[in-house]
Design a protein around this ligand. Structure first.
Ligand SMILES: NC(=O)C1=CN([C@@H]2O[C@H](COP(=O)(O)OP(=O)(O)OC[C@H]3O[C@@H](n4cnc5c(N)ncnc54)[C@H](O)[C@@H]3O)[C@@H](O)[C@H]2O)C=CC1
Ligand SMILES: C[C@@H](CO)CCC[C@@H](C)[C@H]1CC[C@H]2[C@@H]3[C@H](O)CC4=CC(=O)CC[C@]4(C)[C@H]3CC[C@]12C
Length: 369
């Protein structure tokens, strides 16, 4: 009895395990994956919070490493049953060069796949993004779409380009023979804009609001809806997908799944106010206060300033032509594919997700009363 229980213990590797999403995946695995025997957390920057996890019943191994270094990835993957590859360079603000984004997101993913093949790891879950689909450069709305909705996916920005290519690599690798001769089983999860505890952009908006005396100013029409999903549910979906890949390999292998939950469809700014409002901020204007052409001009000016100042200083404001285009284009998903394929149901209700996020904003910014 004890022997068979022991034999079922699995080794999981989470790349990017110290990031916003990665930390939630790590904690979710420890809470909700009964077959977990060892959890390897691989990241370029290890978080101090990992130490407290090492005292629990599951062996937690922190590995400082870089996904662009094939030998470091192979060493981390060797002996793992499942890899959840969430490491990535999330940059739509021009902080990193296009080459670096490609190197981390595409070559890093290639290294993870090759490591699985070489070392005999059979199950790979990749964190892709809604950005693989859109919004496209033409600003076409994607309204309540699902994984089969036709959409002209045209990318120019390095981040969506890199995520699209990496996702393709992962899906194409499905079925490749790994060491030992068995097939690799892969799938890709595509979160929409993730929110929740640890969401840095939410914190930036909060700080900006405080600097402006508690006010934020509407820039995007309320009618432009954005798909958002709570980080705890995204993490749960990763854990479930990873768990079910073996049993449902024929169904799930090579598939993509949008990440979704019960979060309401709203504009990016109205959605943020669900959390920032209870923290004391107010959004001014039922309509955008500035005409759209002026926003386009300011975004272009920011891009120009970024380019001019680059030799001297990194100027990377939130508003640039790409972020404006994304914020100003409706992109919402409505699907039950993950439910049908591997029984996913959101673990956290909208009310719960909202409360948790509000508490985090209050604590993270010291505004808790
Ligand atoms: N934040 C969002 O709204 C969305 C994120 N995603 C995807 O989710 C994944 C996680 O994103 P976040 O948690 O938001 O970002 P994050 O920046 O908080 O986490 C990424 C983690 O990857 C690590 N990392 C970066 N480069 C690395 C390298 N060369 N080697 C090893 N580790 C490296 C970072 O240190 C960080 O801990 C990414 O793949 C991203 O593309 C997808 C959809 C939406
Ligand atoms: C025009 C500004 C006025 O308030 C608002 C600018 C908001 C933008 C910084 C964000 C609007 C939409 C966000 C993106 C979206 O959630 C999809 C994403 C998916 C990813 O995989 C990575 C992050 C992001 C590109 C996200 C980035 C921030 C926005 C562009």
């Amino acid at each position: 009895m004890a022997d068979s229980a022991q034999a079922q213990k699995l080794v999981y590797l989470v790349t990017g395990g110290c990031g916003f999403l990665g930390e939630h995946v790590v904690r979710m695995l420890l809470q909700r994956e009964p077959r977990l025997g060892e959890l390897r957390v691989f990241d370029r920057h290890l978080g101090p919070w990992l130490e407290e996890l090492k005292t629990g019943p599951v062996r937690v191994t922190a590995i400082q490493g870089d996904v662009t270094q094939a030998h470091e990835v192979a060493a981390a993957v060797a002996g793992a049953h499942v890899v959840i590859h969430t490491a990535g360079l999330v940059d739509v603000f021009g902080r990193a060069s296009p080459e670096t984004i490609h190197e981390v997101n595409v070559q890093g993913t290639r290294n993870v796949i090759e490591a699985c093949v070489q070392t005999g790891t059979r199950f790979l879950v990749y964190t892709s993004s809604m950005e693989v689909v859109g919004p496209n450069t033409k600003g076409h709305p994607f309204y309540r779409g699902n994984e089969d909705t036709p959409y002209e996916a045209v990318h120019r920005h390095p981040y969506p380009c890199s995520k699209a290519l990496a996702e393709w690599l992962v899906l194409e690798a499905n079925g490749r023979k790994v060491r030992g001769g068995l097939p690799l089983v892969t799938c890709a999860l595509r979160p929409t804009g993730i929110y929740g505890e640890g969401h840095q952009i939410m914190r930036d908006f909060y700080r900006q609001g405080l600097r402006l005396g508690g006010w934020l100013f509407r820039a995007i029409p309320a009618s432009v809806e954005h798909g958002r999903v709570y980080v705890g549910n995204v993490a749960w979906m990763h854990v479930l997908a990873a768990r079910e890949l073996e049993q449902r390999a024929a169904l799930m292998g090579g598939q993509v799944y949008f990440c979704y939950d019960g979060s309401p469809y709203k504009s990016y700014e109205d959605f943020n106010m669900e959390f920032l409002g209870p923290c004391g901020l107010r959004l001014v204007g039922a309509r955008p206060l500035l005409p759209y052409w002026l926003l386009v001009f300011l975004a272009a000016l920011n891009a120009l300033l970024q380019w001019l100042l680059r030799p001297l200083v990194l100027y990377a404001p939130l508003l640039n032509p790409y972020t404006l285009a994304v914020a100003n284009t409706t992109f919402t998903v409505s699907t039950d594919k993950a439910q049908r394929h591997f029984g996913y149901e959101p673990l956290f209700s909208w009310e719960d997700s909202r409360t948790r996020t509000i508490l985090w904003v209050q604590a993270a910014t010291g505004s808790a009363q």
